[in-house]
Design a protein around this ligand. Structure first.
Ligand SMILES: [Fe+2]
Ligand SMILES: [Fe+2]
Length: 274
């Protein structure tokens, strides 16, 4: 089974490259499931019901979020009723959304997806290790394939989670920093791991925002509107190949799709459709 996790989709440029690339990527990479972190999809912060639908219609099967999850309150109702989106599992049970979901990719074994927030430079949340235990204890016994999006700042925290869950989940993949790390690996127990899968959005930027605005605020402390940048849009993500019988990872590979490559994927999808 082959699963792609797409890193934080930032604003319209991020959404556009996802919509151009994903249908063709599904074919070219023989993907069974596409999961995307969309916490920055609406104007750089949060997610709206319309954008949720747009991404699902564009070939994304499931959406994870992060610390920006509730920036747009319109998303609460989607979080409460749609099984294709999860909230961080270490938020309180009263927070809108579900702590995990189980998906059924066509002709494949069921896949559980959940996300957790780290605790460095993050809003105060429950212990992510403890919350991971609670999610695993609730999973139906026939679910062997489990993907965790660990939305956290510190690479050390991410390594702790990877080692803690090694052999008990199929993949621990990081998001939130918007910078891909070159440490993709399969841990000894069979869990695919990477500190951060990167950002899907404009890379001529400071983590997706206009360089001039961020620099002005950094230099002068004068607040500016951190507008989403526009240039050098790329899709970053990671593909994990998993044995559906055991839930163990067989391979992990970083993925970067540039804009010209996204157009090639769009042409491939058109060709298959026609
Ligand atoms: Fe983000
Ligand atoms: Fe984040």
């Amino acid at each position: 089974m082959r699963i792609l996790l797409i890193g934080d989709i930032v604003g319209k440029p991020g959404r556009q490259i996802v919509l151009r690339a994903v249908p063709g990527l599904r074919i070219a990479e023989r993907l069974d499931l596409v999961v995307a972190n969309a916490e920055n999809a609406a104007g750089g912060s949060g997610l709206t019901p319309e954008i949720f639908q747009e991404l699902i219609a564009g070939g994304v099967d499931c959406i994870t979020m992060g610390d920006h999850i509730y920036r747009r309150r319109e998303i609460y109702s989607v979080l409460e009723r749609d099984p294709r989106i999860v909230r961080p599992a270490n938020y309180p049970p009263t927070a809108p959304g579900r702590a995990f979901t189980v998906l059924s990719p066509a002709g494949q074994a069921p896949v559980a997806v959940f996300s957790l927030l780290g605790r460095v430079f993050m809003p105060p949340v429950d212990c992510p290790l403890h919350a991971a235990e609670q999610v695993l204890a609730q999973l139906p016994p026939d679910v062997r394939v489990v993907l965790l999006d660990f939305h956290a700042e510190a690479t050390s925290d991410k390594q702790i989670m990877g080692r803690y869950l090694d052999g008990r989940v199929s993949a621990v993949l990081g998001t939130h920093t918007h910078v891909a790390t070159a440490d993709e690996q399969i841990l000894p127990g069979g869990t695919a791991f990477q500190c951060d899968v990167g950002m899907t959005g404009p890379h001529l930027s400071i983590i997706g925002r206009r360089i001039d605005r961020v620099l002005e605020t950094a230099r002068t402390f004068r607040p500016t509107h951190f507008e989403v940048a526009t240039e050098d849009c790329r899709l970053h993500g990671t593909i994990v190949e998993i044995d559906p019988e055991t839930g163990r990872a067989r391979a992990i590979r970083r993925l970067m799709v540039t804009q010209p490559e996204a157009e090639q994927f769009a042409a491939l999808a058109r060709g298959q459709a026609g």
